[in-house]
Design a protein around this ligand. Structure first.
Ligand code: ATP
Length: 204
């Protein structure tokens, strides 16, 4: 795969909605969150190392990662987050690379969806351009509350652990505004798609 656009945004900002619109235009979308979920599902490739590091208490009866148990460990101990990431990140990276290379002739460019792209030096080097889905924090909180039923305080804790809106915008080559209606996304994605097609042609 030649040209890679990193798509990012805070929790509940609308990354999946935007990614779906690129996919509808025939663009390959690689979702690193989905890869992380597969790695930590029952029988997932990361589970043996995670159990060895944190104990069997972080696996549920089926052998998948018990996310609530893991979240509690990570919030209590910042070094635990680093240890978890050192298991997951190399596996996510190699699977993303594998997918970027697979059938790469079918898509003129690829979207690599990385929720914590701005926070991670590694991915910034991997992508040719960064597109940020942006909305107000209050909008993020409302959307996540109605989607997941997580408590406001828990969402605020997650937001505080992520890059700020200003940090994300400072890293953006392109910004997709998602403070309005869902229908406002398609024209913005269409404009970017045309632009990325042109950039990917220059890149070849
Ligand atoms: P996460 O990182 O938490 O997985 P995300 O950035 O992928 O989230 P989405 O899943 O696309 O965000 O959107 C979060 C929720 O908000 C979803 O339920 C989605 O349907 C809804 N949503 C997204 N954009 C809008 C919008 N413009 N208007 C109303 N609801 C929206």
């Amino acid at each position: 795969m030649s040209y890679v656009v990193g798509l990012t945004g805070g929790i509940g900002s609308g990354k999946s909605a935007v990614a779906q619109l690129f996919a509808e235009r025939g663009i390959k979308v690689i979702d690193t969150d989905a890869i992380a979920h597969a790695l930590t599902a029952a029988g997932g490739a990361a589970m043996p190392a995670i159990r060895a590091e944190f104990g069997d208490g972080v696996a549920n009866a089926e052998g998948a990662l018990d996310r609530a148990a893991m979240r509690a460990i990570v919030f209590a101990d910042p070094s635990a987050r680093k240890r978890l990431e050192s298991i997951l990140h190399p596996l996510i990276r190699s699977e993303s690379e594998r997918r970027l290379l697979a059938d790469s002739a079918d898509s003129p460019y690829a979207i690599l969806m990385v929720p914590l792209l701005v926070e991670s030096g590694d991915y910034r080097k991997r992508v040719d351009r960064i597109a940020v889905v942006d909305c107000a924090e209050a909008t993020q909180i409302d959307r996540v509350m109605s989607r997941s039923g997580l408590a406001r305080s828990e969402i605020e804790r997650i937001l505080a652990a992520q890059a700020t809106r200003a940090e994300r915008l400072a890293a953006a080559d392109d910004v997709i505004d998602n403070d309005g209606e869902l229908t406002a996304l398609a024209p913005q994605v269409e404009r970017l798609h045309v632009h990325y097609l042109a950039l990917s042609r220059q890149f070849c």
